[in-house]
Design a protein around this ligand. Structure first.
Ligand code: HEM
Length: 206
């Protein structure tokens, strides 16, 4: 989980930075050029297969882990005495992951499937900037994106730290540094993503 998680952590940085091109506020010209370059680049198409494989592996690993944890605790404790240091979201990684999966299905249908329809099936030409605008100015989609991104925040807060622990980095001083980097990364990436629907919704981007 840790290895696939790391790959996804890096992917999210690239994804968020590329999307941030919308903030040039040039009607999406630069953003659409960047997206079009990625779309027509064979190397990126090849990487995308790897990305999907990693996503699927990460999800399967997560589901197996969730099931194992449940099986290990067949009889529920009468009263759950979790130590205070264990955050609520650590116990709900499975649910957060499930929300994220639903978010991802919705997200891929709204964007990825559209560009692939154009590329492989001669579908209508798609202006991703206008597509974003249409989706993010709709209150229902806007709310679902915000819920998805909140799930991502807690999922990352927990996942980032456990990844390092899995690799055996649990020395006291390093733990503090890693916790800090993890919190910074998780908050920064989710805020950057969330600023995109928000910018369209409140009309900063037209
Ligand atoms: C508001 C935030 C987000 C925006 C505006 C956004 C935008 C986009 C766009 C425009 C595409 C289509 C790219 C193309 O097909 O050429 C895309 C694809 C994709 N997005 Fe997002 N995205 C956001 C958040 C996320 C999050 C949080 C995740 C993961 C948890 C994610 C995962 C993906 C994946 C896996 C793809 C398909 C692979 C790819 O084309 O890169 N996105 N996104």
């Amino acid at each position: 989980m840790a290895l696939t998680g790391f790959f996804l952590i890096i992917y999210l940085i690239v994804h968020a930075l590329l999307n941030a091109l919308i903030f040039y506020n040039d009607d999406g010209k630069i953003f659409n050029e960047g997206a079009s370059f990625m779309l027509h680049n064979y190397f990126i198409r090849f990487l995308e297969i790897g990305l999907f494989a990693v996503f699927i592996l990460h999800i399967i690993q997560g589901l197996l882990l969730w099931q194992q944890n449940k099986a290990a605790r067949k009889i529920k404790y009468e009263k759950s005495n979790y130590p205070r240091e264990i955050k609520w979201y650590s116990r709900y990684m499975g649910w957060l992951g499930t929300f994220l999966l639903l978010f991802l299905v919705m997200h891929l249908a709204q964007f990825w499937a559209q560009t692939k329809n154009e590329l492989y099936f001669n579908g209508p030409e798609i202006d991703l900037y206008q597509q974003m605008k249409g989706i993010f100015t709709n209150p229902i989609w806007f709310t679902l994106y915000m819920i998805g991104l909140a799930s991502l925040l807690f999922h990352l807060l927990q996942g980032f730290q456990s990844a390092f622990q899995t690799f055996g980095i649990n020395n006291r001083r390093w733990i503090y540094i890693i916790k800090g980097v993890g919190v910074f990364y998780s908050v920064a990436i989710c805020l950057l993503f969330a600023s995109m629907p928000l910018a369209f919704m409140v009309g900063w981007l037209q």
